[in-house]
Design a protein around this ligand. Sequence first.
Ligand code: OOB
Length: 538
Amino acid sequence: MTSPTTAAQDHRDGFVPFPADLAEQYRAAGYWAGAPLGELLRTAARQWPEATALVTADGSLTYAELDAAADRTAHGFLALGLTPGDRVVVQLPNVPEFLRVLFGLLRAGIIPVLTLPAHRRAEIEHLTRLSGAVAYLIADRLGDFDYRALAGEVAAAVPTLEHVLVLGDPGAFTDLNSVAAEGDSLPEVDANDIALMLVSGGTTGLPKLIARTHNDYAYNAKASAEVCGLGPRDVYLATLPAAHNFPLACPGILGTVATGGAVTFTLDPSPENAFAAIEKYGVTVTALVPPLAQLWCAATEWEEADLSTLRLLQVGGARLAEVNAVEVTPALGAKLQQVFGMAEGLLNYTRLDDSDELITTTQGRPLSPADEVRVVDGDGNDVADGEEGELLTRGPYTLRGYYRAPEHNSRAFTPDGYYRSGDLVRRLPSGHLVVSGRIKDVINRGGENISCDELEEHLLAYPGVRHAAAVGLPDAALGEKACAVLVVEGDMPTLAQIKTFLTDRGLATYKLPDVLRQADSLPITAVGKIDKKALRGA
Ligand code: OOB
């Protein structure tokens, strides 16, 4: 594809497109609709102009109103001097403005780089530099953190950054709410082009950028909405950070907009705030990471709110232990859906009509008939169903390479374009996947490998254990020894008690922890998963 302007050439520099023959197949099969993401909202506004698109404590907007606001915002960004293809780092909390700003950027052909509120200087500076961003969008503050101070540091360090736009008190910068203008026509946006960039949840090194195209991301959202049976009567609560792929498009905010439902936000996922929002707005669907799902289940014992409208609770982002999975429906009254996804693309969902057994013991099956999944051994050979191996994948919404990372791409992808996920899975004959760990999340104890996931699953079964993490600690004799970190309710067990318990469950002796530690809570990542990197460093 040729791009007429230099700015447009710039943004595609370092982007790895889908190969032409596959792109053609995805179009012909109808997965790619050829419409830019901004059209999701346009189409909804045409079909359901008076329906509620957004509802929060600040008020509500109909689809027609949100559509008009997004257009004004798009014109405002262009009037400010931003041009199609420019990258803009967006770091906004879960506020209603998120929707208008996101659609404003998309409609102007400006590329949002979606970072999480918990990212700090190391990540933001790196992502601004890597993307070559010209603008940075923030809130003034969140809790006791002042993003304007961070913006000052990033602007001083990264020469491409020209604009800082602030929601709230702008201080020395520009008020994001003043970005609005009237205009007749918006730039034409090519659906094969980059729509937005997601940040990889990678467990090692600095985060990478994942450029998602309009075609692939619209399909991601619409197909996900279909699997969840989303429709105009649904109310979706974005309580995980909205810039994360899961609440954004699986089906999340974009899937809800595509099907005419209403979106609501909470600033944080605490049961107190989220339960109040569920009751007040009649939330029907939301998404959580496993530690939060556990917390919500426990919180039903002390929070009074009426959760009866909630029909579907999606849980993903990390392995949900079966002992926790079976608690969800009895505690919250909602159907459980396990989601095994990645910002890189591939999504697996348990289906609404799957058996309880599949829903509580598997992480779902691929979203699209065109998803290609291979499960391979260490030599890259396919393993039989039921055997553990690494998941490799390619398909109509899975990236073909990280943005501006040729060196890393040569390792992260096979020569025929499969993404090496690093996830260890077993595939059942039904196509459902059971995630059994990460290639690198093993403790190498004197040459014997212990899967952290496996050990954690057993530890969680110990009475009173609420959270468990297994990590390797350096050891002079063994190389690594196994450490179990537990968050418990009531008395902390002794190492001897844990060893007896695990042995009684049939665990091999070499997998028993050498060290036991108690913690009040486990460190978490920006999206709320257990942070193994921090645990190992602690
Ligand atoms: C989601 O996306 P990311 O990019 O933050 O993290 C992806 C990684 C996967 O490669 C896998 O290691 C892990 O997170 N993961 C799971 C899981 N879901 C994700 N591991 C075990 N069980 C699961 N259910 O985390 C994400 C993106 C879209 C939807 C849902 C989650």
